[in-house]
Design a protein around this ligand. Sequence first.
Ligand code: ADP
Length: 534
Amino acid sequence: MHEPGGATVTDVTSNGGRKVGILLADDRVEDLRVLTEVLASPTHELVTATTGAEALRHLLERDFAAIVLDVMMPGMDGFELAALIRSRKRSAQTPILFLTGVGSDSAALRRAYALGAVDYLCKPVDAEILRAKVGVFVQLFEKDRRIYEQAEELLDAARRTRELELEQVRLTGVRRYQNLADAIPQIVWTADNSGAPTFFNRRWFEYTGAEGERQWLIAVHPEELPTCEERWKKALRDGEPFETICRLRAGDETYRWHLCRVLPEQGTAGETVGWIGTFTDLDELLRAHRKAERAIRIRDEFLSVASHELRTPLSALLVQLGSLERTVEGAEEKLRRKVSAALRHTNRLTKLVDNLLDISRLSTQRIPLELEDFDLSEMVRDVGDRFGEEARQAGCELVINARHGTIGRWDRLRIEQVMTNLLSNAVKYGRGRPIEVEVGSENGAARLRVRDEGIGIASEDQVRIFDRFERLAPAQHFGGLGLGLYITRTIVEAHGGAIEVASSPGAGATFVVRLPLRALEWTPRGSTQVEEAR
Ligand code: ADP
């Protein structure tokens, strides 16, 4: 919309309306005086100019409702001035009324209209006609100005409504945000991008007993304060989040451990517009975790002492039974069977005690390996021979497929333990069906496979059976502590190898162990890392 210059009209009429400017340009002072007299009115502000240049200066300063121009002026004549007036955006629409004393020369008339004159009057002007013509322009100008002002008012009203609505939305958002922050059990605070606090939720005031919104650092324990301050300063500088654990002072002057998390809040262009911080109370959790660690340590110490104490008389008993077995070699069948059964049970008891001893060791230290070169196939055949009786008693046919030599560098006793654990499980869970053991090699590694046709293992349980104390079968049907496979895996991994199982319920299980041929290259002697799984 064209702005008709109401803003530059500062003079005010008696009835409160603003005066309307009319520019009168004529080189003859006498003619100007006549024009001024004719057009004088309380609602008009008549601005006079005796040269084209002076008229232009006035036009630069303000807007006019109409311009009355004398055609014949020295220097810049009325036509040139009209051309300049039209070329300026601000005055391009201002009505121009030409005055001439030359009479109605038709060429001059055409030129005047071509320059956008709205009318043409001859001197001496008829006062009534001039007043009437200028009056029409003034009316138009005022109408324009009123329309413009009304439009401005409407726009203003619309702007104010929109601002109110936006403020409403903002307030609703803030209220919801604060309600949410008040509803959660954590402490929540916000700060502006300089780090100055802007909000603390209810929990902050409940916990700290603080009044007013001060910096969150006031509640941090003096020991953690320097770290918190440093991390906060760095976060403010880099716009990066941080997390730390610190004690916070409660209203009763006690301290509780909290997880402190501070995150930058980002604007649409990714710039940091503020900060959000939370404190989560970890006190109970940390105390329980301490307590739990202590309980585990006590358990492991007990296991270690108990299994040591049990191992000593058991070793003596084994020696005694071994010599008793030799002594009764020629004795009657019944006696021999009883002695070998006693020996078998004692062996089994020894194995259980050994497992307990291993477990207590594995939780505190690495597993030491005594590496030597030996033939895995030969070892597997030996263990198979020793298991013959146990397998027979369980009704399982034991097939050992280990004809070819598979020489490697491993810990003989530990690998025997692996084989024993897998075979005894195959016998225990094998439902009296055949058991097949195979030794082979693949990709430069030795492979030991133990396959049974027993109860099998569901796929969702196949990972956890290698963890400590994990048992699937009910204790009343199958004894065991759930330690054998954990120890087996630990030994295999200590050699740099891996163990896996393929099975499905009712279809038996196949355990495959892969060992690098030279364990030394993978794990230096005596420094094998054992996972401290809890
Ligand atoms: P456990 O002393 O209880 O046998 P293990 O660590 O040797 O402990 O085995 C963990 C669990 O894995 C067993 O309780 C059993 O449920 C399952 N399991 C192990 N070997 C077999 C197998 N050959 N067939 C079926 N289930 C098995």
